[in-house]
Ligand binder design. Sequence first.
Ligand SMILES: [Zn+2]
Length: 324
Amino acid sequence: MFYRGDKLREVFLKAKKDRFGIIASNVVFDSAIRGVIQGYEAQRSDGLLQMSSGAVKFAAGDTKDIETGAQMISSMIKIISSQYKNSGVGLHIDHATPNYFDFVVYCIENDLVSSVMIDASKEKFEENIRISQEVVKIAHKHRVLVEGEIGYIKGAEDEIVSDTQLYTSPSEALEYVKKTSIDLFAASVGTNHGVTKGAQITLNLDLIKEIDDLLIANNVETGIVLHGASGLTAKQQIDAIRNGVVKINKDTRYQMEFAKTTQAYWEKEKNAIVKPDNIDEADYTIDKSRFDPRKWLIHSEKAMQAAVEELVQITGSAGKSILL
Ligand SMILES: [Zn+2]
């Protein structure tokens, strides 16, 4: 089923209490959405799907109209998830910078999303607080959750590029969370957006715990979010969850699974659409039974589903849906 913000809040409260992680999966198109939702359902795990500014532009087609794109992604998720009863999903806006403020408000007021991220981390600290407060005010009126961030997470994610890695300072985190009343806090603790390998990352897990402990001690406990988590090892993710992380973002991992599976299919089935050199033109016919998009896209869809199923087992959310 589809979770609005109030249900999603229950999901994160349970995750924080029982120390498991909710996977937030970036999606754009229907095969990815089905793969992800079916993966959560198969494992009876709640989960999030998230859309970036680039995703909504792509979904709209040539117009790149972000409101149309968001309507389309949200509708697909609501309709597909309505078939399932053993798990629920929410829809989140990933990394909305201040220039997407009106878009965020549009999605909240039109009931398209369960949660939003306002990423004003490139602004001055005081300005970040002010913008985040504004988003929280509107979102909470509609019971939509808000994720905020301070510091930079290195790498390129969609339209956001950052060359620097700034570890989050716990005292700034406390001030930010206190002043903004955000529900989810994205901490910069050494992960990278994009393609990375776990072993190369200097993940500061103690910093997550330090931030979480400080927020708890000040009665402003929030869920901590780990961005750029595609390259992390299973152990790194489990340790991060133990230290207070409740939302783990995944994008690159799915893109790799999708591309790899499509590539493997066409490497094997190339002659369905391309005549091999050793066959005469007269003896060759293309093979619709193999190039029909449904025939090859399904493999990538299932590969994404398998990735989701593996991830929710690692983060411990399998079998923990609030619906069970
Ligand atoms: Zn991110």
